[in-house]
Design a protein around this ligand. Structure first.
Ligand code: SAM
Ligand code: SF4
Length: 336
């Protein structure tokens, strides 16, 4: 196979899964400190190790050249990285051509300022994390966040013409009694809602076991309050979906602990250091930025190919008192 043939061929891993989706963590830093995600005192990556936005763009574009159709920018909080809009605008130019969708996961604190520019750059949908609409509980979960700011950010996104999907991590004894009201609010506001089981990624100050709430339990509770119809549409992602009360709202459940989804995995993750992780739950990675710096695009392409050949079959997440986190990296490093 020639260099050009190789560069045009789709990315298929050792288990026959075609990679169509790239997540990019543009920073590991954040203006919040959600308890299940980060420790209160975090050591962030040294600035010298962070890839430039230009490097992240070049690497992401190599994936697009190999058939990736969707890119999600995440973090950390993507909107705290200075000049991140340059990356959004550059990748946004591919939307409608080689890219079906460019999107972002954000905590929403800076959406009032950025929503119109995100829309102008080609983003049409956002995931916004909102674990509670109760000001005191939101402050507790995020350690210092102001929920009014996030709700205002969501309103700004809607004003700018962006569809919003709310992400809510189900937390036993914290927000579990609010899940049904959150779904009712999402139905009323026209947002989708995705519920997520807390995952054992990186050390935090608490034992995640105390807060782990199986979504199997949550689903039973929601069934008693809403008519949920399974939506068979497969996104190739980890969520399973239900239509709520016959309307347009979709409820997504991401249950890595109680329902493994790895067989249909179509994604890989690029960190802010330019490292490629082919699985959220494993430490194996390749330094794509080093390849780019040392050998340019040919070396980058070769390393991507090599990484895909060894993408693990599945994650091995377990939650229990005696279990260490599956990997030492926090979700904010790999890009949730
Ligand atoms: N800061 C942005 C935000 O909060 O939306 C983007 C990054 S955050 C890491 C992406 C998503 O991962 C959020 O929905 C967050 O709730 C979720 N998340 C973070 N740590 C997690 C963990 N240990 N288990 C499950 N979900 C987690
Ligand atoms: Fe920040 Fe998002 Fe992690 Fe919360 S979940 S600490 S907002 S990166």
């Amino acid at each position: 196979m020639t260099q050009n043939d190789s560069a045009a061929a789709p990315l298929i891993d050792g288990f026959g899964r075609t990679i169509r989706y790239l997540r990019v963590s543009v920073t590991d830093r954040c203006d919040l400190r959600c308890r299940y995600c980060m420790a209160e005192e975090m050591t962030f990556l040294p600035r010298a190790s962070i890839a430039t936005l230009e490097e992240l763009a070049i690497i992401a574009e190599r994936f697009v050249a190999r058939g990736v159709r969707k890119i999600r920018l995440s973090g950390g909080e993507p909107l705290v990285r200075r000049d991140v809009m340059q990356l959004v605008q550059r990748l946004g130019r591919h939307v409608g051509d080689t890219l079906d969708e460019l999107t972002m996961t954000t905590n929403g604190t800076r959406l009032r300022e950025h929503a119109p520019a995100l829309r102008d750059a080609g983003i049409r949908r956002l995931n916004v994390s909102l674990d509670s609409r109760d000001p005191a509980l939101f402050r507790h979960v995020t350690r210092h966040g102001d929920v009014a700011q996030v709700l205002d950010g969501i309103a700004a996104a809607r004003d700018a013409g962006l569809a919003v999907k709310v992400n809510m991590v189900a937390l036993k004894g914290l927000n579990e009694d609010e899940i049904a009201t959150m779904l009712g609010w999402c139905v009323a506001e026209g947002h989708d809602l995705t519920l997520i089981e807390t995952m054992p990624l990186g050390a935090v100050d608490e034992d995640r076991t105390d807060r782990f709430l199986p979504l199997t339990v949550v689903k039973e509770r929601l069934d008693a309050r809403f008519s949920l119809f399974h939506d068979a549409a497969q996104t190739g992602g980890p969520a399973r979906y239900w239509r709520v009360d016959g309307g347009p709202t979709r409820l997504g459940l991401i249950s890595p602990l109680t329902q493994n989804f790895c067989d249909g995995c179509n994604r890989v993750r690029l960190t802010t250091e330019g490292r490629l992780y082919t699985c959220l739950g494993h430490d194996d990675h390749r330094d794509l930025r080093a390849a780019l710096r040392d050998g340019g695009v040919p070396a980058l392409d070769a390393m991507i190919e090599d990484a895909l050949a060894t993408k693990p079959r599945r994650h091995d997440f377990r939650i229990g008192r005696d279990e260490a986190p599956a990997v030492a990296r926090h979700m904010s490093v790999t890009g949730g």
